[in-house]
Design a protein around this ligand. Structure first.
Ligand code: ATP
Length: 301
């Protein structure tokens, strides 16, 4: 079991800050989902966690300690791109992994490969993209590591195997492992992760438990007769997380008093006023998209 602390890490490529003062804590034994648009800095963060790139600042700690060879032994990593050798068979990869990592359970790897419908006698070059991902996931899970870092572990998998990977992650966390994974499939993140962080342009945009982020957040929406109704009083209201105006439609994002805000919109002449529950996809899109037109982001969290 490892609590992972990512503490104000920074990494630039030339003038571009790929990861910019990013901090998050991943509690031991949780399934933690990292979300973010393409290029947000997720893979760079994973590489930093594994010591594969040199940081410009900040630190990553496992149970308070920096990454050391002994810690590395306890982390299994599934990278975004295949690191399997094309000319080797899957069985040869199992043998190689066994000689490299003490805790690796070859029998478990074989069982998982059967579940994924991967024939271990095949050479990697004969495997489909999804089968390669499944093979990397099987090899990583069979390491029975304390910490699993999985960069898009369901990419290219069919829905049955996707679901299987999610179930394996949940099982691993039930065994006590700490799981960090990224995915662009928000439904999957919602299903598997207890906590999530959203990264945007290298920075933390949002973090919390899926339940806390989802429940209580509401959109109060109304349509005004004109597109220039003053919204100053809303901009001053600290209960509102965000105010969007899209032509005549005004949307207020709030964690409290949604009914009262609905009544205020009606009082100001809005019609079709409704209160909408947010799903995780809405929350993600709000976290990574700038407020529309005249709106200001009042608070990002
Ligand atoms: P995706 O969801 O598309 O996989 P990501 O969130 O994993 O994206 P990263 O791969 O971490 O994003 O990339 C973050 C930024 O850093 C991108 O703008 C990318 O172009 C840049 N970047 C990453 N690696 C390098 C590199 N070796 N040299 C230059 N720029 C890089």
């Amino acid at each position: 079991m490892s609590t992972i602390t990512i503490d104000r890490i920074r990494k630039s490529y030339g003038a571009y800050a790929a990861v910019d003062d990013f901090s998050v804590e991943i509690p031991a034994g949780t399934v933690f989902g990292l979300l973010g648009p393409n290029g947000a800095g997720k893979t760079t963060t994973f590489k930093a966690m594994l010591g594969l790139i040199r940081l410009d600042g900040g630190a990553v700690r496992y149970d308070g300690e920096p990454l050391a060879p002994a810690t590395f032994e306890r982390i299994a990593y599934v990278p975004e791109r295949s690191v399997l050798y094309d000319w080797m068979t899957v069985t040869e990869h199992i043998q190689m992994t066994r000689s490299a990592f003490k805790g690796f359970v070859p029998k478990m790897a074989l069982e998982l490969l059967t579940q994924f419908n991967v024939d271990p006698r095949k050479r990697v070059r004969q495997l489909s993209k999804g089968m390669r991902t499944a093979t990397m996931v099987a090899l990583a899970i069979a390491r029975q590591a304390d910490t699993l870092i999985l960069d898009e572990p369901t990419s290219g998998l069919d829905p049955i195997n996707q679901r299987h990977v999610l179930n394996l992650m949940i099982n691993e966390s039930a065994r006590g492992a700490t799981i960090l994974f990224s995915s662009h499939q928000i439904g999957q993140v919602e299903r598997a992760a207890e906590r999530i962080a959203v990264m945007d342009r290298g920075k933390l945009a949002l973090e919390g438990t899926v339940d806390d982020l989802k429940y209580g957040r509401k959109i109060v929406e109304g349509i005004f007769p004109t597109s220039d109704v003053p919204l100053d009083e809303f901009h001053r209201d600290t209960r509102l997380l965000r105010i969007d105006r899209d032509g005549r439609i005004v949307r207020l994002l709030t964690k409290e008093d949604a009914t009262a805000f609905a009544a205020r919109l009606e009082g100001m002449g809005a019609s079709g006023v409704r209160i909408v529950d947010l799903n995780l996809e809405d929350i993600f899109l709000y976290a990574v998209s700038p407020a529309l037109q005249t709106a200001d982001v009042v608070e990002g969290a």
